[in-house]
Unconditional design. Structure first.
Ligand SMILES: Nc1ncnc2c1ncn2[C@@H]1O[C@H](COP(=O)(O)OP(=O)(O)OP(=O)(O)O)[C@@H](O)[C@H]1O
Ligand SMILES: [Mg+2]
Length: 442
């Protein structure tokens, strides 16, 4: 079984000291060259690997290869190799690929990873190791004249990330202990460069990922904004179509129904004058009253349908006029208070006005209130409208649960607010009055 090289192996005979010092100089130049070359390709792991094997092969010969541990921490794979001789390179590549990749097995080529020290194989130890590759590969390696193999662990921050493998063929002597120390020094520098390059690549991938995510976010935000603009445009169209329809109905009621009823009234008047007797005249007079009453109702319907004064006098005054019409003798007492600095856009005016109309109509129909107040103010890029009465109140949840057919006021208010991109809440308890609050964006 091979053993990792120990410190005492590095002692040099005195007689070779002179040769050694020249060689030391060359080696420190080689080290500098390796460091400079690796620094130049710091951002590219493949670049670092190919420089390492090329330089190490030229410094120490003959073949240099790097195997790296995968993320599982168990499998080691060949990632780069270099030899001036292409045939030898291809044989050694295949041989390294044929070695068992699992480093948990106590085999010579996993020893440098487990012990974190260089391992030198020659003679019978080398033959045993080659035997692990299978007959065909070991025969080819032997044919090349490989006589010495050096595995150096790639150590960085106290752990091993792979090995730097060196193969020597006939024509050069075995790796000396000094060669091994030098190779280990190269391996340590290379390990640091490989780790840094991988770190830079990971960081770059993260930055790319983040950029990609930011781009996606930006696109989503753009889509959302476009959808919001479309929704707004749709809402404006919807509101103006509704208002247009109401105006048309109002004109029809005015020009057609009211005129027709007025004509009936006139004819009835003439008929009454020519009535043959008092009793008959009385009867006609009662029909006349009904007609006048109907005309009054139609006029009030007209008033509800119309919203022309929104343009002329603004939202608050139009709501006030509507309340004055709805509560003619100021019962309940009503107030309309606005803190709006400017008039909102026509579609916002229309939405708020229709909501105010329905909530005030509900007060008139259901609340038996003594007082009702309407307030308008700006909030959060929108307008808040609140209608508060002190009447009998009601159980809102119960009304929603039962969803009585034909009672659509509350629901239509909710729908108007949400179509406009806002919200509406109804706060009511039996005998505690009712507050309808809504917000619509401007
Ligand atoms: N301000 C209020 N005070 C007391 N009860 C109310 C008030 N507003 C609504 N309600 C109750 O809630 C119910 C539902 O109101 P909603 O406006 O949906 O229908 P409606 O007014 O009955 O009919 P419609 O509005 O369709 O003409 C009413 O029938 C009433 O019982
Ligand atoms: Mg109602």
């Amino acid at each position: 079984m091979p053993r990792p090289l120990q410190e005492e192996d590095r002692a040099e005979p005195v007689i070779r000291r002179h040769v050694m010092s020249r060689r030391d100089e060359k080696r420190s130049r080689d080290l500098e060259e390796l460091s400079a070359s690796l620094a130049a390709s710091i951002t590219n792991t493949d670049g670092v690997l190919s420089r390492v094997v090329k330089l190490v092969s030229s410094f120490l010969g003959d073949t240099a290869a790097v195997r790296l541990l995968a993320e599982d921490g168990v499998t080691m794979r060949l990632v780069a190799a270099h030899d001036e001789d292409d045939t030898a390179l291809s044989v050694i590549r295949n041989a390294l690929d044929a070695l068992p990749h699992d480093i948990t097995r106590a085999l010579p080529h996993s020893l440098p990873v487990r012990e974190a020290k260089p391992v030198l194989l020659q003679g019978s130890e080398l033959r045993d190791a080659l035997g692990l590759m299978g007959g065909e590969h070991s025969a080819m390696v032997e044919d090349l004249g490989v006589h010495c193999l050096l595995f150096c662990p790639l150590r960085v921050h106290g752990h091993v990330i792979g090995t730097l493998d060196l193969w020597r063929r006939n024509g050069r002597g075995s790796y000396s202990q000094r060669d091994a120390s030098f190779a280990q020094e190269l391996a340590d520098r290379a390990a640091l460069a490989i780790e840094n390059a991988r770190l830079v690549e990971r960081l770059r991938a993260e930055v790319e990922d983040r950029k990609h995510n930011e781009e996606n976010l930006r696109l989503t935000a753009e889509l959302l904004q476009r959808a919001d603009e479309q929704r707004r445009a749709l809402m404006e169209n919807l509101v103006s179509a509704q208002e247009e329809e109401r105006r048309r109905i109002a004109v029809d009621v005015h020009d057609d129904s009211i005129q027709a009823m007025a004509a009936i009234g006139l004819r009835l008047q003439i008929l009454r004058r020519h009535a043959p007797n008092h009793e008959f005249a009385e009867r006609i007079s009662r029909i006349e009253d009904t007609v006048t009453e109907s005309i009054g109702r139609l006029r009030s319907l007209l008033f509800r349908l119309e919203s022309v004064s929104l343009e002329k006098v603004g939202l608050a005054r139009t709501v006030e006029r509507f309340a004055a019409e709805l509560f003619p003798d100021n019962r309940p007492r009503f107030t309309v208070h606005s803190r709006l600095a400017t008039e909102p856009a026509p579609h916002v005016q229309a939405v708020l006005y229709r909501i105010a109309q329905e909530s005030l109509t509900n007060v008139q129909k259901h609340a038996k209130a003594a007082e009702v107040s309407v307030k308008l103010h700006e909030e959060d890029h929108g307008i808040v409208l609140s209608t508060q009465d002190d009447g009998v109140g009601f159980d809102h949840d119960d009304v929603v649960r039962r969803s009585l057919p034909g009672h659509m006021g509350l629901q239509s208010m909710q729908e108007r607010a949400s179509i406009a991109g806002g919200w509406l809440t109804v706060d009511s308890k039996p005998n505690l009055g009712t507050t309808v609050r809504c917000w619509v964006p401007v």
